[in-house]
Design a binder for this molecule. Structure first.
Ligand code: 2IT
Length: 448
């Protein structure tokens, strides 16, 4: 049995009850065959068996009191997956469907994504099965404070630096940072990123994931002679990531015609522009978790319970909502609709393996999320740099560095795909390029 097959089998046996984790381990390991099976040094050093096992993971109780005085308890997580190339780095997700499988898949992805940024950051992820929907401001603050009261002992500027993810934005980071500072008794700004601009945050962090995704898209477009301004995009989601994507596409003259939420999708053939973009932020902070209100306010079409894949005419599909939102039947519909041949993943792992295999087999170009959305964590890392320097950079400086990082990522994954004999397969290219640096660091540092 080959090295890759042996490790996949081992993960199936040990972690077979964690479907999302198993899904992303299989995707990554299968594409690493050309490198790990070409030289026995990887197997000798146990690189893969070490990579699939988190260095440390903590699960903890998060007790808090709701506005009615009732005691509530949620489950908190922090998985510190790999510190081979730097301190653990990765977001916190507050969502009811958070469990150890979801956090482990996100943490595993983060190892390779962070490596692709070229910054010295390891991989980690955390969160809680807390549902921000319908919670009051005071409840959110109490929850964040309680969460940090346990998390604080595991993080720090040189240890582990969490940031936001779904359900965790600037407001939540603010409450968590306040509690962290209080417990520590010192101002360690680099222990959290995504902070507000008045207390150590980086300008441009809020936009970074979305802007980075569009800069990345521009690099790919150069290879096929396309421009953002002549392109119609179908986007899903309406949160922070979708917002940044829509804002940058609009600025560059392109058109976004859909947004989605758990309640369905909206189709706005005039394009999401101007005040409609600002309204996306209002929808997120309202904690209602739906997009129907957009359709009402701006006279757009609303399709309850549906997703836009293959249902609207667009040149490019850009899932920005959550994992596994494009299933095999969506992929079939995209192929039948026949207009779009480009899928740009922005959410983490938005495509199921079956859908991905089908689309790629039929020649659809897939740009993988761990490369496309790396701009978010890249600017988080720039925030850590600014915090270490006790300085704040100007908008132009952050934006220029983000732009350069995204260009480099595209160039590196394209090169890796060619080097290992799968030109144009950006999914494999991203895994291979991300892996190279991490594996090299592991080989240098001995068995640890
Ligand atoms: O998925 C991601 O890369 C994030 N949620 C951002 C992580 C970070 O540390 O900025």
């Amino acid at each position: 049995m080959s090295y890759v097959d042996r490790i996949i089998q081992q993960v199936e046996e040990k972690d077979g009850d964690e479907p999302e984790f198993l899904q992303c381990v299989k995707e990554v390991l299968n594409s690493l065959r050309p490198v790990v099976e070409s030289d026995e040094k990887y197997e000798k050093a146990g690189i893969l068996e070490r990579l699939v096992e988190p260095e440390k993971s903590v699960v903890f109780r998060v007790p808090w009191v709701d506005d009615q005085g009732r005691v509530r308890v949620n489950r908190g997580y922090r998985i510190q997956f790999s510190s081979s190339i730097g301190p653990y780095k990765g977001g916190l997700r507050f969502q009811p469907n958070v469990n150890s499988s979801v956090i482990k898949f996100l943490g595993f992805e983060q190892i390779f994504k962070n490596s692709l940024t070229g910054m010295p950051i390891g991989g980690g992820k955390g969160g809680a099965d807390f549902d921000p929907k319908g919670k009051s401001e005071a409840e959110i603050m109490r929850f964040c404070q309680s969460y940090m009261t346990e998390l604080f002992r595991y993080i720090g500027p040189d240890t582990d630096c969490p940031a936001g993810d779904m359900g965790v934005g600037a407001r939540e980071i603010g409450y968590m940072y306040g509690q962290y500072k209080r417990i520590c008794g010192s101002y360690k700004a680099g222990a959290l990123s995504g902070k507000g601009l008045s207390y150590g945050g980086s300008i441009g962090r809020m936009e970074a994931t979305g802007y980075g995704a569009v800069y990345f898209t521009q690099e790919y477009f150069k290879t096929i002679g396309r421009q953002i301004k002549d392109t119609v995009f179908a986007v899903s989601g309406f949160g922070n990531v979708a917002w940044g994507v829509v804002k940058k596409i609009d600025e560059l003259g392109g058109k976004v015609v859909t947004l989605s939420g758990p309640d369905g999708y909206i189709y706005d053939p005039d394009g999401v522009t101007g005040e409609k973009i600002d309204y996306m932020l209002e929808m997120r902070t309202s904690n209602k978790d739906c997009v129907k209100d957009y359709a009402k306010k701006f006279h757009a079409e609303f399709y309850p319970g549906e997703k836009p894949w293959g249902k609207v005419k667009a040149d490019v599909y850009m899932p920005c909502a959550t994992q596994n939102e494009i299933h095999e039947e969506d992929a079939k519909r995209i192929l039948e609709e026949g207009h779009s041949r480009i899928l740009i993943e922005v959410a983490n792992m938005p495509t199921t393996q079956e859908a991905m295999d089908l689309l790629m087999e039929k020649g659809v170009t897939v740009l993988p999320s761990k490369a496309v959305n790396a701009g978010g964590v890249a600017v988080s890392s720039l925030e850590m740099v600014q915090n270490a320097e006790h300085l704040s950079w100007k908008k132009e400086e952050v934006d220029e560095r983000l732009h350069d990082i995204m260009k480099d990522i595209f160039c590196n994954i394209d090169k890796a795909a060619k080097k290992y004999g799968c030109p144009g397969n950006y999914v494999a290219g991203a895994n291979l390029a991300g892996f190279e640096k991490v594996a090299d660091a592991m080989l240098c540092q001995g068995i640890c």
